[in-house]
Design a protein around this ligand. Structure first.
Ligand code: FEO
Length: 616
């Protein structure tokens, strides 16, 4: 009996779950199972995106027959040939001899390597950015090599704004009746398994994942359909922002992951004491026994935490077996950009510390504390100071939060501009219209003043062209940006002037509220139209107090806050490649390479001045 789910009006999930698989890829435990996703587009042509693992072949074939409702299958898009997605291709061709396989040269090569059937008459080869029209839908093919294998391809449906992302954005865990990430408590119940999937499956290929993210940033994506796990139709930044961190090997959390390998409990004891001393300093800690916790979970945690401590006994004159496997696994997964400390133990010749140092020392941007703690059999009281010193050295990376004591009157009387960022601002596209000219800018100050009638106040910089248009017309719209808003929207409305550019150029829709002013619907959860009743000159800004005459909701996505923008949307400043020197714009992340920065330098991206740059 079939089990299918509707994704959109003409897209159907025809995948299946496997909860009996002992080890994914023969290595990774999947205690909550795994889903193999496949999607059928029922346009004028029918298009299937990938197949499934042989374990769920029967259910998958029943699903397709039901979803096709007697129609023929025109295309099979093969994005990834790993057998958990390609195992049913031969059977599909037997059942649907008319099918065309849409794939790249490299996919074709891999299909021929894995399977033995006459393929050539079925193939429709595509290259980067080639397109295929299937009736209403236009498909664009985007190569994503090494996310996870070299042949991987993604497909962008520019009509429905859906990205079929292959392995990217996948997750371990069966789909328990839900299909969309917003149907579950994803952060609580699935983010750990998503990180474990990412770090173990594609963690090694951060640079290639970054390239794929770059290509994605040029697309207007409203839904992501991966080959494992949940479909994303809202709050896409929740997952994309994690991929941005993971691909750059940036930790998600500041804290210390301690993993130990201990035969009789003495190395474990040293790890526990270190964790206590770190906690005494207010530093978050997690501990794993590498002989108990599967390596994939520890690799995943290493991608999460900023500091890593490895404590291992010596065994056969080397690193204890389970720890040796973990260290090699981490190096193989390209772990980078971490602070590391090492504790070694050995009753007659402790060598594990030096060997761990040798392996991890070859990884990029791994900074290992100079001094190992070295134990002979068991930690003695006299050696507690070594553990304390290690805790001190790690703790130096965790400065205590600075603050002003209430009795320090001099400090209280100053104005620290950073405190203004503690206010909970939102982010909005403010739009206005003057004659035939539409314009908009980004603002962060909109607040409701009264409920009856509904009045709001907005603060607008006088330098913005939108400000002048509102002064002249007295009308504006506020589009409330949601957490799914990509950086592109902030560049479009915030980093260029409406005096010299048409900020709506290239927009396919011209949505207007009843007041005739345009609004932004992309990644917007609500729109407010208002008419100015009062203006207050505040120096650099004007405070407009306006009566709301239309307000409507567009989605249930949470609103983006200023803090969320800085944490998750704004690209993190990247150091110049190689050993080059430079300055980074604190506002938009633009990097100016060179030894000096002229005082009158203006950021070409966001137009902020030299004072907003800092030396890298
Ligand atoms: Fe789910 Fe790389 O295959």
């Amino acid at each position: 009996m079939y089990c299918i789910k509707k994704v959109t009006d003409d897209l159907i999930w025809v995948g299946a779950n496997d909860r009996r698989l002992a080890l994914f890829e023969g290595v990774y435990s999947v205690p909550t199972g795994v889903s193999y996703n496949s999607y059928l587009l029922t346009d004028e042509k029918t298009v299937l995106f990938d197949t499934v693992d042989k374990a769920v072949r029967q259910r998958f074939l029943e699903n397709i027959e039901e979803a096709l409702k007697g129609r023929k299958l025109d295309y099979l898009v093969v994005q990834h040939v790993e057998p958990d997605h390609s195992a049913v291709i031969p059977e599909l061709i037997r059942r649907h001899p008319e099918i065309k396989i849409v794939c790249s040269e490299k996919v074709l090569m891999f299909i021929k390597q894995f399977y033995d059937f006459d393929l050539n008459s079925h193939v429709h080869l595509v290259e980067e950015n080639d397109t295929l029209n299937t009736g209403k839908h236009n498909l664009q093919f985007i190569m994503a090599p090494m996310v996870h294998w070299p042949e991987v391809m993604m497909t962008y449906d520019s009509t429905a704004k859906i990205l079929f992302s292959a392995d990217a954005f996948g997750c371990f865990g069966a789909l328990n009746g839900a299909l969309f990430a917003d149907e579950v408590d994803f952060a609580k119940d699935y983010m750990d398994e998503t990180r474990r999937y990412y770090s173990n499956i594609v963690g090694k290929y951060g640079t290639q994942v970054e390239s794929a993210l770059d290509k994605m940033s040029a697309l207007n994506i409203e839904m992501i359909c991966p080959l494992h796990g949940f479909v994303w139709r809202s709050n896409l930044n929740e997952i994309i922002s994690k991929y941005m961190l993971w691909s750059r090997y940036e930790p998600e959390e500041r804290g210390v992951m301690i993993s130990y390998a201990s035969v009789y409990g003495n190395t474990e004891n040293a790890a526990e004491i270190l964790a206590c001393r770190l906690r005494d300093k207010g530093i978050k800690t997690v501990i794993f026994d590498v002989s108990v916790t599967p390596a994939s979970e520890i690799v995943s945690a290493a991608f999460k935490w900023s500091h890593l401590v490895f404590a291992s006994t010596t065994y056969n004159a080397g690193i204890f077996v389970t720890m040796e496997a973990l260290i090699n696994d981490l190096a193989a997964h390209n772990i980078q950009n971490r602070r590391v400390a090492i504790i070694e133990n050995g009753s007659w010749a402790p060598t594990s510390g030096g060997l761990i140092r040798e392996i991890l020392g070859k990884c990029e941007r791994i900074n290992i504390l100079e001094k190992n703690v070295s134990i002979l059999s068991g930690l003695k009281k006299a050696q507690l100071s070594d553990i304390e010193s290690m805790a001190e050295a790690i703790g130096a990376d965790f400065p205590a939060p600075s603050g002003v004591k209430p009795n320090n009157q001099a400090a209280i009387n100053t104005v620290d501009p950073a405190v203004m960022f503690k206010l909970s601002y939102g982010l909005f596209v403010l739009t206005a219209r003057d004659g035939n000219k539409d314009n908009g800018c980004i603002i962060n100050t909109v607040m409701q003043i009264t409920a009856s009638p509904v009045k709001i106040a907005i603060g607008v910089n006088k330098a913005n062209y939108t400000h002048d248009m509102i002064i002249k017309t007295g009308k504006f719209n506020v589009s409330v940006l949601s957490e799914s808003a990509p950086f592109r929207i902030f560049q479009q409305f915030g980093f260029q002037s409406g005096k010299t550019t048409d900020k709506f150029a290239g927009s396919t829709e011209a949505l207007r509220a009843e007041n005739g002013v345009r609004y932004v619907s992309e990644c917007t959860n609500g729109v407010i139209s208002a008419e100015v009743k009062e203006s207050i000159d505040c120096g650099t800004h004007t405070l407009f107090i306006a009566e709301v005459n239309q307000a409507f909701s567009l989605s249930r996505d949470p609103s983006a806050t200023y803090q969320y923008y800085f944490d998750n949307i704004k690209p993190k400043p990247q150091p110049p490649k190689g050993n080059k020197k430079g300055f980074v714009c604190k506002i938009c992340g633009y990097v100016h390479e060179g030894d000096t920065l002229p005082d009158d330098f203006i950021c070409p991206l966001c137009k902020h001045g030299a004072k907003d740059f800092e030396r890298i």
